[in-house]
Design a protein. Structure first.
Length: 100
């Protein structure tokens, strides 16, 4: 417990998965033609997730908060559902936040 695998590049594979999923959702959101009221929130939180992944040491409570905000912002846009699911799966790889 507490051990994390590392890829040949030295990066935690969970971080790689998160970066990939966030990148995909950002691309799909950018290409989505419809405007909706909370689009800016989704874009801001995706940028925050990308920054956390780039730093290599994301905080689980912050990951989950961003995921919740993104889901609330774009949850009704069915075209983005598969990419949103991939982000959720990537966040879930980090496990549950410690209970305090």
């Amino acid at each position: 417990m507490g051990q994390t695998r590392v890829t040949s590049s030295g990066e935690d594979p969970r971080v790689t998965e998160l970066r990939t999923a966030v990148s995909r959702l950002r691309r799909e959101l950018a290409g989505h033609p419809a405007e909706f009221p909370d689009r800016g929130i989704a874009e801001d939180e995706l940028a925050a997730l990308d920054e956390m992944a780039t730093s290599g040491a994301p905080e689980i409570p912050r990951l989950r908060r961003s995921l919740l905000l993104i889901a609330g912002a774009i949850g009704s846009v069915s075209a983005l559902a598969p990419a949103l699911r991939d982000v959720r799966v990537a966040v879930d790889l980090f496990g549950e936040p410690p209970r305090g």
